[in-house]
Design a protein around this ligand. Structure first.
Ligand SMILES: CC(C)(COP(=O)(O)OP(=O)(O)OC[C@H]1O[C@@H](n2cnc3c(N)ncnc32)[C@H](O)[C@@H]1OP(=O)(O)O)[C@@H](O)C(=O)NCCC(=O)NCCS
Length: 151
């Protein structure tokens, strides 16, 4: 596959099934309810600022996606920021630069919206995700720490 034949475009409501399919292939579990909630929030509340993207192959099959949320003034955070919360590339298309292409376009899009920082939460033991985010210039936050308590 030629990386240049991959087209990145804004995610649409109609991409729901493709996103669920890719997520299932990647995680080996199906979780349509999770995406139902996300799509509801993104496309049906009227509050959506378009940031989420999909990657299409030459024959217009969706082979990857990245989903994000904006935090502008929410939770008392004064600085304008955004989060990547879900990213997935069809296993048959991984390690061909699609994840990087999705991230680059996502970042450019957020820059255009005035966003200065992007956050994400990653399981330290998930080496694939750690390497992917590291390769895409993410580093451990110097200002935020994820607190937890076992109960
Ligand atoms: C992580 C993921 C998005 C990367 O997508 P991708 O298209 O394969 O990534 P790219 O080809 O653009 O890789 C960019 C860089 O990230 C790093 N990287 C990505 N996958 C990696 C892996 N499996 N092992 C080591 N490094 C990896 C490499 O540095 C790579 O550059 P290189 O191939 O030149 O070495 C994809 O593998 C994926 O979907 N994984 C599952 C994610 C998941 O669990 N999602 C569930 C919903 S949150």
């Amino acid at each position: 596959m030629n990386k240049n034949s991959i087209k990145i475009r804004l995610m649409e409501d109609e991409d729901f099934e493709a996103v669920v399919r890719i997520d299932e292939k990647v995680l080996n579990i199906s979780r349509p309810e999770y995406y139902e909630q996300k799509f509801e929030k993104l496309f049906r509340t009227g509050e959506y600022i378009p940031t989420s993207l999909v990657a299409e192959s030459e024959n217009r099959t969706v082979v990857g996606f990245i989903m994000g949320e904006l935090y502008i003034g929410e939770y008392g955070i004064s600085r304008e920021g955004a989060a990547v919360d879900t990213v997935g590339v069809d296993p048959a298309y991984q390690r061909q630069g699609i994840g990087e292409k999705l991230m680059n376009e996502f970042v450019e899009h957020l820059k255009d919206l005035g966003i200065q920082k992007i956050n994400t939460l990653v399981d330290k033991n998930d080496s694939q995700m750690m390497l992917y985010f590291g390769a895409n210039k993410f580093s451990p936050s110097k200002t935020v720490i994820n607190l937890e308590r076992s109960i």
